[in-house]
Design a protein around this ligand. Sequence first.
Ligand code: MG
Length: 404
Amino acid sequence: MKRIIMHIDVNNAFLSWTAVLYLKQGSKIDIRNTYAVIGGDEKARHGIVLAKSMPAKKRGVVTAETLFSAKKKCPNLKVYPPNYNFYKKMSDSMLNLIRKYSPDIEQMSIDECFLDYTPVKHLYGDEIEFAYNLKKEIYDTLGFTVNIGIGNNKLCAKMASDFSKPYKVHTLFEDEVEKKMWPLKVDDLFGIGKKTAIKLHNLNINTIYDLAHTDGKFLYKYFKNQAIDMIDAANGKGSDIVVSEESIPKGIGNETTLSHNISTREELEPYLLALSENVAIRIRKQKKYASVVVVTLKDKFFKRMSHQKKLVNATNLTEEIYKTACEILSEMNVEDGIRLIGVRLDKLSDTSSHQVSLFEDIKVREGNNELEKTVDELKEKYGFKVIKKASLIDSKVGKKYLNK
Ligand SMILES: [Mg+2]
């Protein structure tokens, strides 16, 4: 059965929410209608534009440019600080409002979520009418506008919510992909970063139609494992499983905010190693094994992305967790700048329930496990500095991490 998935996306979230905050505090001015931007912390984040009002946009102000350059374009520009606590409150209020209608909600980032409408359609009727009512209810009760995209999977719903803004409902059902999505530039396809788009244009792949009709083997040469996902996406194929928070088993995770944005895998890998080591030690302490490794990234626009991999055999070994995390990272887009990275272990069990595998030497594995246990014990006894894995010593970050 075809599912009906909605993507609900706050229009210009940081600026709208700041406007709501000031109006709540009694301000007579709605900053959405003035030359206004939300500017990051001038010192730590080099003073960049996080969000801009429509009037500022019309003056040529763009997201992620420096405040200095924005003020040159628009001398009357007012800069307002972000208020993440209030944003979180607004985000929670919106999710709670949507949750009245269905528990099947997956939050994608602070200002957007997916809703699986399929199981509740018989209760609320036509999805388009429902979407119009929902966006009105959000505006009437919370004071900000959203776009709602409707499709048969998450990718299409997400693409649809982006079509034109603000305060719109769009559909992109399977049979509309050809007409509504294929004419768009590849740059507009969800998951395609700026650098990837440039590479595609260099291969003369310019529209989503072009990408949808590109040979997988040809594209693999340039994009490795990402190639097939890209072609699938261009054909409007994607997951239709909305993973609500309640259905996620609590795992063991750790994440770290980077001091500057990083846009290469090579630079991110040492962080992955340090994080893998951290979660591996914790899981070994609990005498548990994980069969799923999750890598989470947050990009410079605070968008969270999580990819996961299921292991053939549950593990608690740093090396295996790290290796898997690197495989996951190799399939994720980091080119546009990453500001946070995390590793989580899920589907925890009490045994490794090893199946005999032709490709694995169990004795080596168990030897390795004993070694890791000894390492952990020594670390506890003598401190972290005593035992350093060769691989960690090789990396600058690993060194810094171990010397803490
Ligand atoms: Mg948004």
